[in-house]
Design a protein around this ligand. Structure first.
Ligand code: SAM
Length: 378
């Protein structure tokens, strides 16, 4: 069954301002005045009637005689998601007591007047209901990748832009710094530009990195953020030096999407994790990247590892869990394991039938998922 969140995500990646769709733009001062008047109305019946009038105005059923839609050029406006606002008015209208109605009214007033965010993102917790673009479930079924703007999806082995988009909305603020140690085609940095986060990406393969640079440049830089692509080995690159260029010491989000060992051979370079001779060799290399990058993640901030398992000679190799163990060994706190469905890769599309036959013969299941493992620095 698809959840509402998943459906939302297939539409478009959204910014932290959640009410782009179906927004009601109101005269802020007037609307708050009206809400206070309702709070001060003692009679519950009269309160409800006023609530019904507001709901009808917002549903375009009656003309606005309250003046809440009169937008003054010099006046302050507030943009609220119409469906959420209507459901809040319904709560008020359905309240059984004056106290309950006032509780909902005051909560609505508070959400309009104040902004309450945590230290790690820009989500206004007083209006949390409006953020249904942000997933909070651990199972992600996404039917479509976002191919808008510079996201072309050309790179075999890339991740869908919704992954860095969700991570940044939940775990960073505008202006924060994001480090991706396996940049590939630049998905993370393109998303950084869209959301106003500074991004640093490291990629070993020069040809891939150059193409990523080109694409990132194509994405408008409306927030004037840094997008730096470094061609190097993430196990040994001097991250301190890179950060010093920008006069910073740490980043606020770390994203790693390493090769899933040798499932896709990205190059013949022996520094490339996809060329490791064995799972042990691969994990050692992965651990070296973790050791090289994590000292530059700010305390109490998040590290998202995107990884899948693999088969080798008919045996399921739980690569994702092995990698998770490498991170946990280093003292990180596991916050979530998200299971995300796998899109059909170009390579497998024509061979679907063959894989199904092989699965039936070989007694195995065809991979349809990967993991986003979320860690927090203590
Ligand atoms: C799974 S892909 C990442 C894809 C990326 N998330 C995207 O959306 O395009 C892994 C990338 O890691 C790169 N890589 C492998 N070993 C590396 C290393 N030691 N240092 C830096 N990059 C490496 C590969 O060249 C490949 O592009």
């Amino acid at each position: 069954m698809k959840s509402k969140n998943n459906i939302q995500l297939t539409l478009k990646n959204l910014e932290a301002t959640p009410h782009t769709y179906g927004a009601a733009i109101l005269n802020k001062e007037k609307f708050i005045d009206v809400l206070f008047e309702i709070v001060n109305t003692k009679d519950i019946k009269a309160k409800k009637e006023r609530g019904i009038i507001l709901k009808d105005i917002l549903s375009n059923r009656i003309k606005d005689q309250e003046g809440i839609l009169n937008i003054d050029i010099n006046g302050d406006t507030v943009s609220l998601r119409r469906d959420v606002l209507i459901s809040e008015l319904e709560q008020i209208i359905e309240s059984q007591t004056e106290g309950r109605a006032n509780y909902y009214l005051n909560r609505l007033i508070d959400g309009i007047q104040r902004v309450k965010t945590s230290k790690i993102n820009d989500i206004n917790l007083l209006r949390w209901k409006e953020y249904d673009n942000i997933i909070t479930d651990s199972l992600w079924i996404l039917d479509k990748r976002d191919t808008s703007g510079a996201h072309l999806g050309w790179y075999w082995g890339n991740f869908i832009p919704q992954i860095p988009n969700q991570m940044m909305l939940r775990y960073t603020k505008k202006g924060d710094w994001v480090l991706d140690t396996f940049l590939g085609s630049g998905t993370t940095l393109i998303e950084c530009r869209r959301l106003g986060r500074n991004g640093i990406g490291i990629e070993l393969n020069p040809a891939v990195a150059e193409k990523a640079k080109e694409l990132i440049q194509k994405e408008p830089n409306n927030y004037n953020v840094v997008s730096d692509v470094i061609i190097d080995d993430s196990r040994t690159v001097n991250i301190k030096e890179i950060l010093e260029k920008y006069k910073i010491k740490q980043v606020q989000l770390l994203i790693m999407h390493p090769p899933y060992h040798d499932i896709i051979k990205f190059s013949r370079d022996e520094r490339d994790l996809s060329t490791a001779k064995s799972s042990e060799g691969y994990l050692k290399m992965f651990g070296e990247v973790v050791d090289n990058a994590t000292p530059y993640l700010e305390k109490r901030r998040y590290f998202a590892l995107v990884i899948g398992d693999k088969y080798s000679k008919g045996e399921w190799i739980p690569l994702g869990f092995y990698c998770m163990q490498e991170v946990l060994k280093r003292g990180y706190m596991l916050k979530s394991i998200i299971v995300k469905n796998f899109e059909e890769t170009r390579g497998k599309r024509n061979q679907k039938e063959l894989w199904r036959y092989r699965a039936l013969v070989g007694g195995f299941y065809i991979f349809k998922h990967e993991y986003i493992m979320l860690f927090k620095k203590r």
